[in-house]
Design a protein around this ligand. Structure first.
Ligand code: SF4
Length: 353
């Protein structure tokens, strides 16, 4: 049984212009202790998929179909009170902009200690005004939760964690705030950590450090990570497996090395060709023409057809299903379920159109 299984998920948003199918027929699987990438351009539905897994899709958005299973149990069957316990407990999330997620009126240590209290049996958390909460938490600096908060700051390599724990978020640099967010998310010792563009706002040096730390933390805490990014270089750096998402759908999935060595879907090939590489001149970059389509009532069967250099008439009429596309699948000798793509012009000779 997988840690997380997303099956045929459909999340939509009614608008005056029509229904936005932000996530459409998506399957996703994450095993314990692995880092799985979800990559695609802005507007491809990655963040809506993460919000749907977390159970934080805002109205009028709704889950129109499919299932999300954690340890085999459906999350969609649970009442909101149970979902809330899972959110920040078994599943935690780190967002791109930590300033929007951290409370500016509480110190960083207080916020991590609060998360520990909420999700671990070291004392009850209560909903109180920030001023009163600060007094209560501040008076309990010898508490187990506070000590755990210091440990968490140390684990994400915040220097002098004991004194920095008493700083407010605005006293931290951008990289330190993101580390604090990761510490807070891990404080509940989640089974799954969802990181939505966790390093996008940071410079490349800090980005590399945080990606390194995520990998180390995954091992230390045995936490699976779903890493959402538009940046293939980030995926190449840390992910075990990758799902490529386009216009609300997964279009290719493979182990990371295999995906970069042998990309099959024309969209994945376009993403790789448009990603800068240290060993290639920038003139060799080939951006994908056009934009992600408006997700309202898409009429063409393959969502990538208007941008695809290989599109034929059939691509607008026949919906491409997933098919094995690894080398063994290409020569027809055996299936290769580890590497699949949804493209009519890939797979074995018999399958191709
Ligand atoms: S099905 Fe057709 S349009 Fe879609 S990716 Fe394949 S070749 Fe391109």
């Amino acid at each position: 049984m997988s840690l997380l299984e997303v099956q045929n998920l459909h999340t939509r948003f009614p608008t005056p212009r029509g229904t936005v199918d932000a996530v459409n027929e998506v399957d996703l699987r994450i095993e314990s202790g692995e880092i799985v990438g979800l990559v695609g351009e802005s507007g491809s539905g990655k963040s809506v998929l993460a919000d749907t897994i977390m159970g934080i899709v805002e109205e009028p958005g709704e889950i129109a179909g499919g299932d999300i299973r954690l340890h085999g149990d459906s999350l969609l069957d649970l009442p909101e009170s149970e979902r809330r316990k899972i959110r920040g407990g078994s599943i935690s999330m780190v967002f791109q902009d930590p300033m929007n997620s951290l409370n500016p009126t509480l110190t960083v240590g207080e916020q991590i200690a609060e998360m520990v209290r909420l999700h671990q049996p070291v004392g009850e958390s209560i909903r109180l005004p920030a001023e009163l909460k600060r007094k209560l938490i501040g008076s309990a600096k010898n508490s187990e939760a506070w000590r755990k908060a210091i440990e968490m700051l140390e684990s994400v390599e915040i220097p002098e964690p004991e004194s920095r724990a008493t700083d407010f978020p605005h006293e931290f640099s951008g990289g330190m705030r993101q580390r604090a967010m990761i510490a807070m998310a891990l404080a509940a010792e989640p089974d799954l950590l969802i990181c939505d563009e966790p390093t996008t706002a940071l410079d490349v040096t800090i980005q590399a450090q945080i990606l390194d730390e995520l990998r180390d933390l995954k091992d230390a805490f045995d936490t699976a990570i779903l890493l959402i990014t538009h940046d293939l270089a980030v995926v190449a750096e840390v992910c075990d497996r990758v799902n490529v998402m386009y216009a609300g759908q997964i279009v290719e999935r493979a182990e990371t090395n295999e995906l970069f060595r042998n990309p099959q879907h024309p969209y994945t090939q376009g993403l790789i060709a448009s990603t800068p590489r240290l060993d290639a001149p920038t003139e060799a970059l080939q951006p994908i023409e056009g934009n992600v389509p408006d997700l309202i009532d898409i009429q063409f069967a393959c969502h990538f057809a208007p941008r695809c250099p290989e599109a034929t008439r059939e691509c607008y009429e026949i919906k491409p299903d997933f098919r094995p596309v690894g080398e063994s699948a290409e020569n027809g000798t055996q299936t290769d379920e580890n590497h699949v793509a949804a493209c009519l012009r890939r797979g074995s000779q018999e399958e191709r159109i």
